[in-house]
Ligand binder design. Structure first.
Ligand SMILES: [Zn+2]
Length: 1135
């Protein structure tokens, strides 16, 4: 750093000028990349005519003031950034891999809103707020969680009136107490039908709607005339679609790709049916808010968002400083490029008593559905009054007082007063009483000039527009961080739902992986031009239809009572059945597309219903764990052809395991060469082994988006090729004999137990005599990693844990484990240990593959707590890592943030979602936990990470669900544990930076965990396949580029297109050595799209918004596309 400063001083202003020129030129290149020429055509853009370009650019920049600010901000940081880990990273790269000379690349990265070397300056940082707040919860009076708000009438006058927007809404959960279909038939249908009648009665009436799952169901029931009325209401700005997602998604457990999918599902529907693009987002009910949501919304073109369920102490803190409206910013953003304008509702709830102002007793009197005779009442015991000429003056002043008080919590003179609740406006009388009484109040307020108010019905965007007219964005504070863990009152932290109904949480991730695999392989089949590729994208009869249905089921489950596990039992079953059908649909799509890809150019068009392959992942019901498809081979049926599909855009070399009927086998690759394989017995219960089937493991090598076939041959017993190896088996704590399966005569059985180790090419794991992990050794370093299981109980008080709330009775108590049978398998391809513990069948596997599966250990827990009561099970990993009270958890698998354990908060408040990963680290070591199911996690002691596995709770927690959580199913969870040593004095981020990043190993291990290789088993015995593999990707991008979506059936301007999304993940390379960087090469920030997709002459590539609604600039299809770290971009391909 010192040396650099001196250098800067010497070169002085000349360098500064040069840098400015270079930034401008880099800015120019990225800005005009699509319009003028591909970024890769760098050489053609010489520095001649620089002056003209700068002029043009300044003109352009002046129109976008904040972009100038971006550059200024970048300027401030350019020197340190240059000397940062970027240069360390670059120096590790193979020089020939570099896109361009270092200076241009560093400049480009500097132009990214990505600041790691400093903690970006934001007005509000949530972790800092948490450090400061006392969380003391004093009684605030009428506004219980706030304070007494004083107003002075003189604050308003004729020139400065209070502007009030009353926004009628109806919150419709797509499944909770009833299934989505039950709600639709009994409630939602009537709400929307009444809207169609009641909104046209008066053009001043407004209404907003969020859930497209319901809206699309209703649309199907409408005639042409009625559809025209809907279109007119939208055109008139009486009806606004807010967010426009399929559902209002949960933000804790959902994966960001699924959030994107569910928003895209709704947006595509809106595009196709209403030619409509939503502008403002509305999230009043998700139980805590994620920072991933605004980044996705921003890329979809949203200008504003609104949230409600935030910790009461945080609300009070922000309200006290008029900071409830802010520019929500990503943790790494040093420029404000990712800002999303956000409105946080101030009070306890989104119902009418908590939305007009601070006093619910008053606001309740303005919920006219609670007028006597409508079946609802006010708990504060003062009912509403019908507005009449007699009382209007008094009632108006009373309501206005609430609006004025509410306005004091915000910076502008514009007030938002939502007017609705769950499933409201289902009776036409409710429309009448709400709209008529409010209109009388507005008319009175607006005509009495001395009240200095202008009140009206409004849409959400009406409110935001008035606000933006009142104040510019820069007047609002910037805020970075998230809003977990939510508490609505006292110590009621909503961290139970991070884990509730974990069986379906796991199913969600499996379905996501299938949808990704199915849409990817379908797109490849479509683009291949092979026989049968034409009809598959047909929306009515093609495979597209099955895929589209599957997407709808996944989207539905993202609802904040779906993946959260907070719906009634029968609704959970309904979600499960829909997901099972979706899984089966995806499997059908995958096997059919695989058949097309492996068939010859002159093959016959395949029968659309034919089954060419069975997918080795069989589910018999919506609530049972998948089984392996048994491969029966022997003397009669000697060969089985299989195919493996890799849905990821990087090369994979991993272990594949299948179940075969004989231990005498060989495995052949595409070139018919015998490859190494390992045969092991299958343990069924205790030490008993299957006598009819075996595990066959071998290492496959599948290039990016590749489909590769292998052959499994049955052999005679006397044939024993050196490549086919049988595992060594040891069974500890086993009294008496075991029945060894055929082929395994030398099993070591011992009535006692001892400690032992297992190892692969990268690490050694030590286990206790109970078969539980004790330590991990990587390189020369051994770190104690003790694994145990523990349980929480519930309190003996009235308020107890339920589906939403985690209210433990104290610290977790370790499970008592007696000497249990320990089954050990050892071999050159995989080694494992399996133990049956109380409530958990626990196994640890080490793979030896040179791939991402060998970077750590894999834990499989089959959890069954169905026989317990009021029981919450956790798995803990205890190490000597000196992480103090800090740990890191991810949001939606998209980004990672720093957490801190606070003594001032109870256990349940220190719990956070773990959608994909969590880690603890000190100067030397990092331990990462990756999970295949979203769950709850914490680090309650230094060196420790705990993860909740399942919860069984015998009571309701009084949040409306009205039932206990007793439908536990045996559930399989898969984790990967990665232990890594840090390169000495290497840092990816500045000290105390709020953002964390996965290591290279953690990134690839997470990607492969969530996107397992798809195993296809050929149904026909004969070998009719004309092609052993299908490999369409010409060159790889680097593992930091991820293709979350590659699909067909995206509509833009009435035509169907192939579309895809690209994400560039930033990875922390301080833990990567040369070997790892060679194994998993990183990009230099650019991708070449034509290497990914077959692009014909005349194909055009356009950048679009993230849900493919807004067409942006054209991008040169053969050019390299530069992307900033953590950027997400969407494209459509026009052929
Ligand atoms: Zn809801």
């Amino acid at each position: 750093m010192m040396r650099l400063k001196r250098a800067v001083a010497v070169i002085g202003s000349a360098l500064v000028v040069l840098i400015i020129i270079m930034i401008y030129s880099a800015k120019d290149l990225s800005e005009f990349a699509g319009k003028r020429q591909p970024v890769a055509d760098y050489e053609s853009l010489k520095f001649v005519n620089l002056e003209n370009r700068i002029k043009q650019l300044e003109h352009d920049l002046n129109q976008h003031g904040n972009e100038v600010q971006d550059i200024k901000n970048v300027m401030k940081n350019i020197i340190p950034q240059n000397a940062s880990s970027h240069s360390i990273k670059n120096s590790q790269m193979n020089p020939k891999d570099r896109l361009k000379p270092v200076i241009t690349e560093v400049l480009y990265e500097s132009n990214c809103p990505f600041q790691l070397n400093f903690v970006p300056k934001t007005d509000i940082q949530m972790l800092e707020i948490y450090k400061r707040l006392k969380f003391d919860n004093p009684d605030g009076g009428a506004w219980k969680q706030g304070w007494k708000i004083e107003v002075d009438e003189k604050d308003w006058n004729r020139q400065n009136k209070l502007k009030v927007f009353v926004v009628p809404h109806s919150h419709n959960d797509p499944g909770w107490i009833k299934t989505v279909e039950e709600y639709y038939l009994t409630q939602t249908k009537h709400i929307l039908n009444n809207m169609l009648l009641k909104l046209p009665e008066d053009p001043r009436r407004k209404f907003i709607w969020a859930e497209i799952s319901y809206f699309s169901m209703w649309w199907e029931d409408l005639g042409e005339d009625e559809r025209e009325v809907v279109k007119r209401l939208i055109r008139n700005n009486q009806l606004e679609i807010v967010t426009g997602g399929w559902v209002m998604n949960d933000e804790a457990n959902s994966h960001w790709i699924s959030i994107m999918q569910q928003l895209t599902e709704g947006h595509q529907w809106l595009q196709q049916n209403l030619n409509y693009t939503p502008q403002s987002s509305w999230a009043i009910d998700p139980f805590g808010m994620s920072l991933t949501q605004p980044v996705l919304l921003k890329e979809m073109g949203f200008r504003n968002t609104l949230m409600q369920r935030v910790h009461y102490s945080v609300k009070k803190e922000l309200a006290s400083k008029q900071q409830l409206e802010f520019r929500w910013r990503q943790l790494w953003d040093g420029t404000g490029k990712t800002d999303m304008f956000t409105h946080m509702m101030p009070f306890y709830g989104y119902d009418i008593p908590h939305t007009c102002g601070p006093d619910p007793k008053v606001c309740c009197q303005f919920d006219f559905k609670r007028l006597p005779g409508h079946g609802l009442h006010c708990p504060w015991k003062v009912p509403p009054q019908e507005i009449t000429d007699k009382n209007v003056a008094q009632r108006a002043v009373m309501l206005l007082d609430q609006y004025r008080k509410k306005s004091k919590l915000y910076k502008t003179n514009v007030v938002l007063a939502p007017l609705g609740d769950d499933f409201r406006y289902d009776h036409s009388t409710e429309w009448d009483v709400q709209y008529n009484n409010y209109q009388r109040l507005f008319d009175h307020m607006n005509s009495n000039l001395n009240l200095n108010v202008q009140a009206q019905f409004g849409t959400l965007t009406d409110y935001f527009e008035a606000l933006h007219n009142d104040r510019k964005d820069a007047d609002f504070p910037s805020l970075s961080g998230d809003f977990f863990t939510y508490s609505d009152r006292d110590d009621h932290y909503w961290s139970g739902y991070y884990t509730s109904r974990p069986f379906y949480k796991r199913m969600d991730r499996i379905l996501l992986s299938y949808i990704r695999a199915a849409e990817t392989i379908l797109t490849l089949a479509y683009l291949s031009g092979k026989p049968g590729s034409a009809w598959i994208t047909d929306r009515e009869v093609g495979l597209e239809r099955q895929l589209s249905d599957a997407r709808k089921s996944l989207s539905l489950f993202q609802h904040h009572d779906g993946i959260t596990g907070t719906a009634k039992d029968h609704v959970v079953i309904d979600y499960g059945k829909k997901m099972l059908a979706a899984l089966n649909g995806c499997q059908h799509v995958i096997q059919h597309a695989a058949h097309i890809l492996l068939s010859g150019k002159d093959a016959e068009t395949p029968d659309r219903n034919a089954l060419f392959y069975n997918i080795d992942d069989v589910r018999h019901s919506h609530d049972s764990i998948a089984e392996r498809y048994p491969i029966t081979i022997g003397p009669e049926l000697r060969a089985k052809r299989i195919a493996i599909f890799n849905s990821l855009s990087f090369d994979r070399e991993e272990v594949v395991t299948l179940h075969v009927s004989t231990p005498y086998v060989e495995v052949l690759d595409t070139k018919k060469r015998r490859i190494k394989c390992q045969v092991s017995p299958i343990f069924e219960y205790g030490s008993s082994m299957s006598q009819t089937k075996y595990q066959l493991s071998f290492v496959v090598h599948i290039p990016a988006l590749g489909l590769v076939s292998y052959t499994i041959n049955a052999l005679w017993e006397y044939e024993s090729p050196v490549e086919s190896v049988r595992s060594g088996i040891r069974i500890y704590n086993q009294y008496g004999d075991v029945q060894a399966p055929v082929g395994f005569s030398d099993i070591l059985v011992s009535p006692s137990s001892r400690e032992f180790t297992l190892q692969n090419n990268r690490l050694t794991a030590s286990f206790s005599n109970l078969g539980l992990l004790k330590a991990l050794k990587v390189g020369a370093n051994t770190v104690p990693v003790h694994l145990d299981f523990a349980k929480y109980g519930v309190r003996q008080t009235a308020e107890r844990s339920g589906a939403y709330l985690f209210l433990p009775d104290g610290d977790a108590v370790p499970l008592h484990i007696e000497n249990t049978i320990v089954n050990v398998i050892e071999g050159p391809i995989m080694s494992s240990v399996t133990v049956q513990l109380p409530y958990v069948r626990h196994s640890v596997t080490l793979y030896s593959s040179l791939g991402a599966d060998s970077l750590g250990i894999e834990i499989e827990n089959i959890v069954d707590i169905a026989k317990t009561s009021n029981f919450e099970l956790v798995m803990r990993l205890s190490t000597n890592i000196k992480n103090s009270d800090e740990f890191f958890t991810d949001l939606n698998g998209f980004e990672i943030l720093r957490r801190k354990r606070f003594q001032k908060l109870p256990i349940q408040a220190n719990y956070y979602p773990i959608p994909v990963s969590a880690y603890i680290e000190d100067d030397k070591t990092r331990l990462t936990v990756l999970t295949g199911s979203p769950l709850g996690t914490s680090s309650l002691l230094e060196g420790q990470i705990e993860i909740m596995l399942d919860r069984r709770l015998n009571q309701d927690d009084n949040l409306g669900l009205g039932q206990a959580v007793l439908d536990n199913r045996p559930t399989k969870h898969i984790f990967r544990i990665i232990l890594e040593q840090k390169t000495h004095s290497c840092r990816a981020t500045a000290e105390g930076h709020p953002s964390g990043f996965p290591t290279l190993a953690a990134h690839v291990a997470a990607q492969t965990l969530l996107n397992p290789l798809v195993r296809l088993l050929r149904t026909e015995d004969e070998d009719k396949i004309s092609q052993p593999d299908y490999l369409s990707v010409e060159a790889e991008f680097g593992v930091d580029f991820v293709i979350p979506t590659l699909r067909t059936g995206v509509t833009l301007k009435g035509r169907d297109h192939v579309a895809f999304v690209v994400h560039r993940q930033f990875v922390d390379t301080c833990f990567a050595d040369q070997t790892l960087l060679k194994q998993f090469p990183l990009s230099q920030g650019s991708v070449n799209i034509s290497a990914l997709l077959p692009t014909e002459l005349g194909s055009k590539l356009f950048k679009t918004s993230l849900s493919f609604l807004l067409l942006k600039n054209e991008v040169h299809i053969k050019g390299d596309l530069l992307m900033c770290p953590m950027e997400v971009q969407a494209f459509i391909l026009q052929r």
